[in-house]
Design a protein around this ligand. Sequence first.
Ligand SMILES: *Cc1c(COP(=O)(O)O)cnc(C)c1O
Length: 395
Amino acid sequence: MAVASALNVISTPHYADALEVARVLQPEEAVFCFSAEALRERLAVFTAGFPGTVSFAVKSNPSKDVAIALAAAGLKHWDVASVHEMAMIHGVQRDAHFHYHNPVKSRREISDAYHKHGCRRFAVDAREEVRKIAEIVGDDRTVELAVRFVLPRERTSSAHDFSTKFGAPEHIAIELLQDIDRRGYVPALTFHPGSQSRDPQVYVRHIEAAARIAKLAGVHVGKLNVGGGFPASYPHSKPAPLQNFFTAIADAATRFFGKGTEPELECEPGRGLVATSMSLLTRVKLVCTDGDDIFINDGVYGGLMEFMQVPELQPPFRAIRDGKVLEGETKAWKVFGPTCDPLDVLPSKLDLPAALRDEDFIEFGTIGAYGIATSTMFNGYGSHPVIPVDKVFNG
Ligand SMILES: *Cc1c(COP(=O)(O)O)cnc(C)c1O
C-alpha cells in the first residue's frame, strides 16, 4: 500500500483538498476535485452492507478516474446505458461484466454490446424490445433479460422520478416475463425507484410487486436488481443511513419471496455511491458591487445542471480566497454562469460573503453524481479537468 501510494504521488501531483488546488493551481477554468479514497470508503459501505452484488451506474459519473478507482477497489459489475460507456469501462477493466439497463436500445447497439463487449444482460420494458434482442442473440440461452417494471406514480418517492419514462406496468411485466421464459432466456426483474429516494419503504413496495409479478407470471425469477436511487446527503435532502435501506431490502426479499427462495439481489447505485467523492471548483469572473449579480466560470450548462432541474439537490458551497475559506458577513448573490445564454443562471440566490470579489473561488460540494456527466461544451466551456485530492468538501 505504501509503495502504491508513493508511486501515485510521483505520477500525479496530489493535493490535500480544493483549498490547496485553489492556492497552488489557481485554475482559470472550472475543475472537479476527486478523492479516490472517499469513493473507496463509500464503495466499502455498499459492499459490506448490501445483501447482494454491487454494480456502478456509469451514467452518473463517466469519468475514467472514477472507473479506475472502482476497478482498483475490486468492483467488477457495471450498469451501462450505452455502448460508449461499455467501451470506456473496457478500456479500464478487460474482464468487466456489463448489464445494459437502458430499456431502449437500437439494433446496432444491441449487436455491438453482445458481439464486441460480451454483454449478456439486458433490461426490457416492451415486447418489441424483447423481439429485437431475440433477433440478434438468437438461441443463446445464457442471455438474461430483466423486465424493468414500474409502480403507479403515487407509490414512488424520490427527488427525480424516472417512472414517467421507463418501466412496464405490472400486467405488461407479467406478459414480458412469460415471453422471456418461453423463449428460453434467463428471466430477471429490475426497477428503479427514482433518484435520491428518501424512503426505504419505496424499495419494499417494489420488492413486494416483484414477488407478485413473478408469482402471477408463474416464472421462477433467480435475480432481482433493485436499481439505483440510493440517496446522498445534501443540505436540503438529508436521508436515512444507507444501512436502513439495505436492511429493509433484505427483509422484504425474504418476506415476499419466502425464506430460502429469495432471488439473488443486485443493486446499481450511481448517486449514492459517487456523489460525495467530487467537488467542483469554480472561479468568480465579475462581481457587480452595485447590485447582487456575480458571474462565475461554470453554470447550468456545466457541472451545475442538476441543480437547475431539481432545486432540492442544491449542492453545499463555500467561497475561497488565498487558499482559505472566506468567512464574514454574507449576502444573497444571484449567480450567473459563463455562457452567453440568459438561462445560464442558478435557480436560487446563494448566501456568500458580501466581500466577494473577482478571482475568488467558489467550491460546490457533493457534485460527484450528475455533475461531470451532464456538463456540456456550450460556448467552449466544460473541459473540466479532474484533479486528485485527499479530501472532498461535502458541506
Ligand atoms: C440512472 C440509473 C441508475 C443510477 O441511479 P442513481 O439514482 O444515480 O443511483 C441505475 N440504474 C439505471 C437503470 C439507471 O437508469
